[in-house]
Design a protein around this ligand. Structure first.
Ligand SMILES: C[S@@+](CC[C@H](N)C(=O)[O-])C[C@H]1O[C@@H](n2cnc3c(N)ncnc32)[C@H](O)[C@@H]1O
Length: 282
């Protein structure tokens, strides 16, 4: 594979297999349901060609293919690619977001739901975004997920890690710099400020940038995992989070953020995103 090397600690972390369950149980379902909810509103109508870069084991690719997208998933972890390739309708291959083995402008949509989490160097993040912009057609859409700067602090305040002196020092460092050092719980990562990823996507040439909080403040509420067990309550949670999803005052409190922009020509795109609030009935 003629691609930049994935850091061994990142590979080792994902080879532990955590992605099999992360978004499919407990409070992780909030990230899954909200990501799907936002994507179904901001993506153009399928069919079309969609590149799911850093798509993991296909947790989003599966429903995107069922919705009618022609999905090509690219990920550097062999177990992820093998699992995604077993999902009907998905083409899955090894690769790196910083050097995509794809043609210029081959996709209508490029999703980066994961690669930017692990690129601590600004130059690597710029390469990743430049590749997404190269791969998407003029007027097409790029969606970049980032982990918010204060998510580790808030998560560990919730779970108690903040009260362990060593951990507290590392969390304070991460809060200041955005860089997460591998600690047995997570791997090397970069946590963005919302304004930082907005600037990075604009510098890559994307226009019409919009940002959506994925979990909003809801991920910090103790009972949220239980609410998601009940379909009616789960819908209620989605309705509540949608009310604040684009409020700049709350973007950074969310665990994750989606930043959406068009490659040049976006304003004239006849398949432009539907107005906010309109959702397909599926
Ligand atoms: C947290 S997982 C997210 C998976 C899935 N997209 C989701 O939203 O649940 C991050 C993914 O990014 C992938 N990844 C890490 N570094 C990458 C890189 N340089 N290029 C492409 N993918 C990368 C990992 O292998 C992993 O599958």
């Amino acid at each position: 594979m003629d691609t930049p090397e994935l850091r061994p600690e990142i590979r080792a972390y994902y080879e532990r297999g955590g992605e099999r369950t992360r978004l499919r149980q407990g409070v992780g379902r909030l990230e899954f349901l909200r990501t799907r909810d936002v994507l179904r509103r901001v993506l153009p109508e399928p069919p079309g060609r969609l590149l799911d870069v850093g798509g993991g084991d296909g947790v989003h690719a599966e429903w995107l293919a069922a919705d009618g997208w022609q999905v090509r998933l690219i990920d550097p972890v062999p177990d992820h690619v093998a699992a995604a390739a077993r999902i009907p309708g998905i083409e899955a291959e090894l690769g790196d977001a910083r050097k995509l083995a794809v043609d210029d402008h081959e996709a209508d949509v490029v999703l980066l739901l994961g690669p930017l989490y692990h690129l601590t160097e600004p130059a690597d993040r710029a390469r990743c975004l430049a590749e997404a912009v190269r791969a998407v057609r003029p007027g097409g859409l790029v969606v970049a997920a980032t982990i918010n700067r204060y998510s580790a602090l808030h998560d560990q305040l919730n779970r108690g890690g903040w009260f362990e002196p060593d951990r507290r020092a590392r969390l304070a460092e991460t809060t200041a710099t955005g860089v997460v050092a591998p600690d047995g719980h997570f791997t090397v990562a970069y946590l963005h400020q919302p304004s930082e990823i907005a600037a990075e996507t604009a510098a890559a040439g994307l226009t019409g940038i919009r940002q959506y909080a994925v979990e909003g403040a809801a991920w910090l509420l103790g009972d949220i995992g239980d609410y998601l067990d009940d379909p009616e309550r789960a819908q209620g949670v989605l309705d509540a989070v949608r009310l604040t999803e684009a409020d700049p005052a709350l973007l950074g409190v969310s665990g994750h953020l989606l930043t959406v922009g068009h490659a040049d020509g976006g304003a004239a795109d006849p398949r432009a995103a539907r107005p906010p609030g309109r959702t397909r009935s599926r």
